[in-house]
Design a protein around this ligand. Sequence first.
Ligand code: PLP
Length: 407
Amino acid sequence: MNTQISPAAEVPPGRFGAYGGRYLPETLMAAIEELEQAYAEAGADPAFQAELAGLLKDYAGRPTPLYLATRLTRQLGGAKIYLKREDLLHTGAHKINNCLGQGLLARRMGKRRIIAETGAGQHGVATATVCALFGMECVVYMGSEDMARQELNVYRMRMLGAEVRAVDAGSRTLKDAISEAMRDWVTNVRTTHYLLGSVLGAHPYPAMVRDFHRVIGQEARRQILERESRLPTAVLACVGGGSNAIGIFYDFIPDAQGDARVRLIGVEAGGRGAALGSHAARFQGGSPGVLQGAYSYVLQDDAGQIAATHSVSAGLDYASVGPEHAALHDSGRAEYVAATDREALEAALRLARTEGIVPALESAHAVAECIRLAPRLSPEDILLVNLSGRGDKDMGILARELQLGGG
Ligand SMILES: *Cc1c(COP(=O)(O)O)cnc(C)c1O
């Protein structure tokens, strides 16, 4: 789907520098090769591209606006701040871009059954939505801990006709849900497509999911050039698996002739602090290793056991990160920082009260870094922040943590 060569281009296929690859049981190799082949064909098929573009426009609501946050800019007294409004998409986050792409691909492959994993439930809701739209059977695996934390999204998935299967193994969160979905896929591989929700897992998922989200950065680049006739100083995005971040980064990666180099800043979950187990900052506290199909940075102990993670936002709460981010980190082309739970909560409150926008807690991590950075820059600088989703799903947590109960 993408022929543009960039410093992060995957050469040989499936590798981003040393990272990525395909670490899977033998039983899944035929399925993943079939997927790779189908994706290569679909990417080269104008009819597939046209159908996807039509759905992104009329069903999901693209292009999303680029919004100049005037009051926040004035308050912080530094760089000009623009928000890319992925929160305005159907189902409330960027995830629908990838689900529509993979849904169309599954239909093209003749698969009538879709399985997915979900953490906060946003990917599960987007998957259930696309399955309803295409008339496909849908099973979503979700840790029982996450089901309790994100009850509303469980009801949304059921409303849309999906079956939500509780996962009681391990920490009962996202990692365990992925393991369970992979077990299902091994058993039902002939009829089933595994609709993975981020730029994680074995090749071709990291490159394919990136391509489906690349539209975010293509639009943002065009929009900022229209408004400002120049590129931003920096692009900021939160990094869970890394799909919204790579989506907005990708078309800013090449250092084109005459363009100033755009800083790319990924913001991970700093959680409660720097101790292993208290955060999900893979680039601060992790090291290279294999988890669930790919070689990347992983939070692990000295014996290579996967560490527990914590974040106030379930969507950032995962022990590994997309392999393309690992390569961008090592090459220095992108920078990765962390924002704590507290900083993200305060950023969410501030954005709500200065701009009337309640961000998802994941997106609030990017806003927190923007709040830190903007006052250190000049009014000539431009910050472009990816607002990956809206905060409705997080109102319970926001109410508790920010004591919105009154009294
Ligand atoms: C799922 C989610 C994320 C984290 O996933 P990435 O793959 O890192 O983008 C971030 N923001 C929102 C709103 C999400 O729903």
